[in-house]
Design a protein around this ligand. Structure first.
Ligand code: FRU
Length: 502
């Protein structure tokens, strides 16, 4: 086992994102807003900073930006690892875990059974409950509650369905290797009945994991609800490795029917760009949504990492940050329902916040041009670019003249790119030094980008949040420069504003 030791300079510890203090984390689990607090549980190795000993770590936040770490919530034991799952507030005490005044929080997680369990090798769904608002958890003595005898049945996401078909709990989980989401119903969270299954469809380049299913109004119209099915998959993302796709459709209480399916059965590699992606970058995985978020907001977090190199990223003593929390909604775009995403937390509330640099309507000459006064290592950048004669135009962040991460547009090709080949440390894994792309077109002649830069990441929101790219980077601490650039001609920066965070 690798020893967990504190390094002198924790260069990459995020300023704006959650990371565990000194341990490994992967998927967000059990996301719930309860009694005024956001709870983030997560796949955690309490003993090390590589994957193993899977348990649920725990952090809380009042504002989705500042997080407090708590002791491990649900620990592995000699018979099981505690894999991904969700938490619901069982208001009416349907499970019977509640006592008198207090209704329980119930965690539904995957037991990954191991020796000496008689179920060694099986993945089945189990329960744990909390009567103190999510801090202390007791595993249910009747576990597992749902066992199909499968080795790849995991990641239950449970929600309360109230509709024409009745009122009951619904679980979505995966048969990972069959590229199937399976749906179950229950009245008490303990006994489950199969409703239906969905898949294979669209991207099937890797196992299906961590599903989610929720309703959203289209264009904000409460009379026009559509359901969104989230399916994470690994590998098989649009730029390789782990990624999330989504389907939009209807759920009648029994079956999910997609209106955005492009291909059924095994994927068509030539059509990968037609599938709907939660994020086009390399580092947004296992994203699922919060239960009971206030004001009907649908808030999601992804694990900001990729299984291709997750155990190798050069952070210490911790490993694996979470993404910023995103609010997702549905908008009609060219006649189709599409997910759009925005950062959910109010960053203006953060210490050190204030626009520190801005410019308007400047020509970007051919080459790279450092913006004196714009430097920083935790910042929000709003940039509007208008193409000129340049074949590529954009911005370099976390730069020092030698290294830097290039975020640019290639108008003729209709691509946005994030180029992290010179972003800093890249040699810890052969596939890390990448140029990742997503299709993009102008809106009213301009490309609008909002970019969140942190100590080891960039999150790019383009096309008003319809296209996002999330990428890890590992620059030197002193690489804080921001530059505009144009290649093979000129372009216009209509607007640029850089907001710094401490
Ligand atoms: C996704 C995943 C889940 C599983 C968990 C184990 O990243 O593989 O399917 O529950 O991680 O840590």
């Amino acid at each position: 086992m690798t020893a967990v030791t504190a390094t002198t300079a924790d260069t990459f510890r995020p300023a704006l994102h959650y990371a565990a203090r000194n341990t490994w984390l992967n998927d967000p689990n059990g996301l719930i807003h309860h009694e005024g607090i956001y709870h983030l549980y997560y796949q955690n190795n309490p003993l090390d900073n590589v994957w193993g000993n899977m348990s649920w770590g725990h952090a809380t936040s009042p504002d989705l930006l500042t997080w407090t770490e708590h002791p491990v919530a649900i620990a592995c034991d000699e018979t099981e690892d505690v894999f991904s799952g969700s938490v619901v507030f069982d208001r009416a005490n349907t499970s019977g875990f509640g006592t008198g005044a207090r209704a329980p929080l119930v965690a539904v997680y995957t037991s990954a059974f191991k020796e000496p369990s008689s179920r060694d090798g099986i993945q089945a769904q189990s329960l744990a409950y909390s009567l103190d608002g999510g801090y202390n958890w007791t595993k249910y003595a009747g576990n597992p509650v749902l066992d199909r005898g499968s080795a790849n049945f995991r990641d239950p996401k449970v929600f309360r369905y109230d509709g024409d078909a009745g009122s009951y709990w619904v679980m979505v989980a995966v048969e990972a290797n069959d590229f199937k989401v399976v749906l179950y119903k229950s009245n008490d969270l303990k006994s489950w009945e199969l409703l239906s299954s969905f898949g294979p469809a669209n991207a099937t380049g890797g196992v299906w994991e961590c599903p989610d299913l929720f309703p959203l109004p289209v264009d904000g119209d409460p009379d026009n609800l559509k359901w969104v099915l989230i399916v994470n998959l690994n590998p098989g993302g649009p730029n390789n490795g782990s990624a999330g796709q989504y389907f939009v459709g209807d759920f009648d209480g029994v079956k999910f029917t997609s209106v955005t399916t492009v291909t059924e059965g095994p994927q068509d590699p030539a059509r990968l760009a037609e599938y709907q992606w939660l994020d086009w970058g390399r580092d947004y995985y296992a994203a699922v949504s919060f239960s009971d978020a206030p004001d009907n907001r649908r808030l999601m977090i992804g694990w900001m990492n990729n299984w291709e190199y997750a155990n190798k990223i050069p952070t210490s003593p911790w490993r694996g940050p979470m993404s910023l929390v995103r609010e997702v909604s549905l908008r009609t775009i060219e006649g189709n329902p599409r997910m759009v995403q925005h950062v959910a937390g109010d960053l203006t509330s953060l210490r050190g916040h204030g626009p520190s640099f801005s410019l308007e309507a400047v020509e970007i000459p051919d080459g790279q041009h450092v913006l004196t006064g714009a430097a920083g290592s935790a910042q929000r950048i709003d940039l509007s670019l208008v193409p000129g004669t340049a074949e590529e135009m954009g911005i370099v962040v976390r730069g020092n003249g030698v290294e830097g991460t290039r975020i640019g547009i290639r108008p003729a090709e209709g691509y946005i790119i994030v180029d992290r080949r010179e972003s800093g440390q890249t040699d810890f894994h052969e596939s890390f030094a990448s140029v990742d792309t997503a299709p993009i077109q102008t809106r009213n002649g301009a490309y609008e980008l909002t970019i969140f830069v942190d100590r080891c990441s960039v999150e790019v929101f383009a096309k008003e949040g319809e296209v996002t790219l999330t990428e890890l980077i590992f620059p030197s601490r002193s690489s804080t420069g921001v530059s505009l650039y144009a290649v093979g001609g000129t372009a216009i920066a209509n607007k640029l504003s850089v907001t710094q965070y401490a």
